[in-house]
Design a protein around this ligand. Structure first.
Ligand code: URQ
Ligand code: ZN
Ligand code: ZN
Length: 495
């Protein structure tokens, strides 16, 4: 347990208001918020005068040490959560991704065994539904009832690896709705990708540019729309992960305007950089940006997604942090289909969103808190334990300097990877102190993390933020039969 901690002189920022107050933390939670607080002997004090005090960032989408495409992501649960704390993020939501045919429950226990001894900050798991059977449905019930899972990811891409077809996805959505959980989707048309990537190779296009050309943004947009339609047919709330394109974003915005319960998650990568890097002459550089769905060559994409995030058409940010070193990316040096997909983000998300969102004038500090922390806590049913500066909430906090700048580089980042997609980007918005459950883990450039300090945060189903509208909609009879006299006219005889 950490010593009592007083954060003095700062401006606290919640999603609804910014206000001058000191924050006193004790036993891992926020014990008092106000001015002239009386604190016990032995209290450690942090001077936050002239700075912001924010709820710790929540990264909704990471893949630490993911076994993938024949190798394993370089950031493990230790290095990844350590990097998160260095960037002002105090919780990650990672993914249990069972192989096809593998028990979801045993995959969950396996992933817990990987994460629990290593995490330096709190975390939780979404679970992938990578195949379908009645047994999978039963295990989903157990995961919701006993294991604190309330979100399940379906893949429409990665054919033969994670991809399910529309019928399987429909059944999974029915089960997710029955459980009052949240459906997540990786929205790309995996069949088109499989065919077009073969065509690319037949044309001799084996470099990273082929990775984007075989899955242009309309392939993401089409699948996004299809997932929204299937979920809406079941009245199941849907969360579209890693929104990477204008096309997919427009589909989500249109669906929201017509009343669908759908949430869109752009990521640090799609908000901070674009896909022109796939045409870079240096193979290693170009391969470093390979992820799925890909970044888009349309250089207006990051600004467009940030506009939608700032105005509420898109809801929150993750990173899809799934990092691979140059020698791992080189598995695909002769065939882009073999380049392990994934990029960094967990350390730089907060600064990238502040630079592109707040410093650009598109959003204020309250909206910044909403899209980096509070909305995630509400959607995944961890609010107000997480995502807010309030008495009784977990003492996950960041002292934030909105004016200071830092230049992002793989030479100075805390990831266990030799590449950074934001290399050279100068960002306003720098974490000064990161506090995880009342413990100072990062202070003015120095990390002081504890392996295994983080806890798994169980999440119950039926999140009000997600289900209140769905529940209301369920009270309206959707299908009513017509009472009519039976037909008594002629009927054709078929031979
Ligand atoms: O698709 C995902 O989210 C995982 C497999 C990470 N890789 C990626 O390129 N997005
Ligand atoms: Zn994905
Ligand atoms: Zn992912």
């Amino acid at each position: 347990m950490a010593a009592p901690l007083l954060i003095r002189g700062g401006t606290c920022v919640n999603e609804d208001r910014a206000f001058r107050a000191d924050v006193f933390c004790e036993n891992g939670t926020i014990a008092a918020v106000g001015e002239n607080l009386s604190v016990p002997e032995g209290t450690e004090t942090i001077d936050a005068t002239g700075k912001y005090v924010l709820p710790g960032g929540i990264d909704t989408h990471t893949h630490m040490q993911l076994p993938f495409m024949g190798t394993q992501a370089a950031d493990d649960f230790y290095a990844g959560t350590r990097a998160a704390l260095a960037g002002g993020t105090t919780m990650i939501l990672d993914f249990v991704l069972p192989n096809k045919g593998e028990s979801l429950l045993s995959a969950y226990e396996k992933w817990r065994g990987w994460a629990d001894p290593k995490v330096c900050c709190d975390y939780s798991f979404h679970v992938g539904v990578t195949w379908w059977s009645d047994e999978v449905g039963k295990e989903m019930e157990v995961l919701c009832r006993d294991k604190g899972v309330n979100s399940f990811k379906l893949f429409m891409a990665y054919k033969d690896v994670y991809m399910v077809n529309d019928k399987e996805m429909y059944h999974a959505f029915c089960k997710i709705k029955e459980l009052k959980a949240l459906a997540q989707v990786h929205a790309e048309n995996g069949d088109v990708i499989a065919e077009k990537s073969k065509e690319m190779n037949d044309l001799g296009i084996t470099g990273p540019e082929g990775h984007e050309m075989c899955r242009p943004e309309e392939v993401e947009g089409e699948a996004t729309n299809r997932a929204i339609v299937l979920a809406n047919q079941v009245n199941c709330p849907l969360y579209v992960v890693h929104v990477m394109s204008r096309c997919a974003a427009d589909v989500i915005c249109a669906a929201r305007r017509r009343g669908c319960v759908v949430f869109g998650e752009p990521i640090a990568a799609s908000l901070g950089v674009d896909g022109s890097h796939y045409w870079h002459k240096c193979w290693r550089h170009a391969a470093g940006y390979v992820m799925g769905p890909p970044l888009r060559p349309d250089t207006t994409t990051p600004g467009y997604l940030m506009d939608l995030l700032a105005n509420g058409d898109l809801q929150l940010t993750g990173t899809d942090n799934c990092t691979f070193n140059g020698n791992q990316k080189a598995l695909g040096k002769d065939d882009f289909r073999k380049i392990p997909n994934g990029v960094n983000g967990v350390e730089d998300r907060m600064s990238v969103v502040w630079e592109k969102g707040v410093h650009s004038g598109k959003m204020d500090a309250c909206r910044f808190v909403s899209v980096t922390s509070t909305t995630a806590a509400k959607i995944f049913n961890m609010y107000p334990q997480k995502g807010v500066i309030r008495v009784g909430s977990d003492a996950d906090l960041v002292v934030w300097d909105g004016e200071a700048t830092r230049v992002i580089s793989s030479k100075t980042h805390h990831h266990a990877v030799d590449f950074n997609i934001f290399e050279g980007l100068e960002c306003h918005g720098v974490p000064l102190v990161t506090i995880t459950r009342g413990k100072i883990a990062y202070n003015k450039g120095k990390l002081d993390v504890v392996r295994g300090w983080g806890r798994f945060i169980p999440r119950s189903v039926d999140a009000p933020f997600v289900y209140s509208r769905v529940r209301q909609r369920d009270t309206i009879p959707r299908y009513v039969k017509v009472d009519r006299e039976p037909y008594t006219g002629p009927v054709i005889q078929l031979d």
